[in-house]
Design a protein around this ligand. Structure first.
Ligand code: NAD
Ligand code: TYD
Length: 350
């Protein structure tokens, strides 16, 4: 019996990782540790919450004593650390939350693991989940590899870069058995509707403007969230300590062409005449310091661990739209209350 601590398991990617592990590894005890911020939602895990190998613990990773207590209470064999403040726009308006959670929170977990595991680390693993945004912004050509120099440009990416450096420092200094992965933009079910795709689906459904920053020429490399969760499973079990693995979809889209594709799918699904949803596209003030382009070279992960993305983007997007349309209640619950305040400050009062 192994005990695996997954942080941020009530969030978007974390819920897919928790679900995958609970179902695939009945002999693992899966502890989902989450503070349940605005982005954490236990409804994301309704289908597995009563499984005997699953346990939820409400804790804040910025609480150092709390983290030590968790490691004292449970004999933890592995950590998969996803808990973070994750939205660039929020990091622009409120950077301090990102410093506390992403940097201090990560160090608290590293310290708790180190204190608890001591020299006895042979069967242990500390897996830190990170983003391609740490590498900065690309021009029209080139890809991020594992050796691309860090050049973060938003408070979010700078806080993630900082946490990556600290994780590596604990490997070199204290021999903590760490592994890191840096992934491109994810999409799929259970994503909080502050991010481009679920926000746009929800707005189209409600006949509201689709806000596109600047001219919509920025490029992102989109990966289906279940492909990311599969990569996390593989790297957790087979990745080499001290190594970094880049994960990406090899699937670059400008924001405007992605939204046009989404509009076509939405027209079809909602039985609206062709071209209806596109009329909702509204160009708004650009994001401050908006990174132009991200693109990941995931050949190391493909070559060494045999991973590859499973879905064509058009199919993944259609599947994603189907999910959001079938789960209106999930969306309506999230977008009531505080979401409206966020939406107004981000899009109405600018
Ligand atoms: P998310 O915002 O959907 O979820 C974050 C989760 O962390 C939430 O459940 C939240 O309650 C929890 N959390 C936040 N602060 C906490 C704290 N102080 N203590 C305990 N729990 C806390 O994020 P996501 O999109 O699922 O991203 C998960 C991880 O993957 C993050 O580390 C992010 O940097 C990384 N990542 C995300 C993407 C992406 O496209 N979404 C891409 C690459 C990497
Ligand atoms: P987002 O989903 O916030 O992810 P990230 O900033 O981590 O890449 O944004 C994806 C892209 O979409 C990014 O270039 C910013 C852009 N964007 C908009 O044009 N409008 C929006 O309302 C949002 C949220 C994002």
């Amino acid at each position: 019996m192994k005990t695996i601590l997954i942080t941020g398991g009530a969030g978007f990617i974390g819920s897919h990782v928790v679900r995958g592990f609970v179902k695939k590894y009945p002999h693992y005890h899966i502890i989902n540790l989450d503070k349940l911020t605005y982005a954490g939602n236990l409804a994301n895990l309704k289908d597995i919450e009563n499984e005997p190998n699953y346990e939820f613990v409400k804790e804040d990773i910025t609480d150092a004593e709390g983290m030590n207590a968790v490691f004292q209470k449970y004999s933890i064999d592995g950590v998969i650390h996803l808990a973070a403040e994750s939205h660039v726009d929020r990091s622009i308006s409120n950077p301090m939350e990102f410093i506390f959670t992403n940097i201090v929170g990560t160090v608290n977990l590293l310290n708790a693991a180190r204190l608890s595991w001591k020299e006895n680390t042979e069967q242990k693993r500390f897996y830190h989940i990170s983003t391609d945004e740490v590498y900065g912004s690309l021009g029209e050509t080139g890809h991020f590899t594992e050796t691309t120099a860090y050049d973060p440009r938003s408070p979010y990416s700078a806080s993630k870069a900082s946490s990556d450096h600290l994780v590596r420092a604990y490997f070199h200094t204290y021999k903590l058995p760490v592994v890191i992965s840096n992934c491109s933009n994810n999409y799929g079910s259970f994503q909080f509707p502050e991010k481009l795709i679920p926000l746009s689906i929800n707005n189209i459904r409600n006949n509201k403007p689709i806000p596109i920053y600047g001219k919509g020429e920025n490029i992102r490399d989109w990966l289906f969230v279940e492909d990311h969760a599969r990569a996390i499973d593989l790297i957790f079990h087979e990745g080499k300590s001290g190594e970094t693995y880049n994960i990406g979809g090899n699937n670059e889209w400008t924001n405007i062409s992605l939204i046009r594709e989404l509009c076509k799918i939405m027209d079809r699904k909602l039985n609206r005449p062709k071209g209806t949803s596109e009329q909702l596209i509204t160009f708004v003030k650009d994001r401050a310091g908006h990174d132009l382009r991200y693109a990941i070279d995931s050949s190391k992960l493909q070559r060494e661990l045999g991973w590859k993305p499973s879905l064509q983007f058009e199919d993944g997007l259609e599947k994603t739209v189907d999910w959001y349309l079938a789960n209106e209640k999930w969306m309506n619950n999230i977008t009531s209350g505080d979401y409206q305040k966020y939406y107004e400050s981000q899009y109405v009062k600018r």
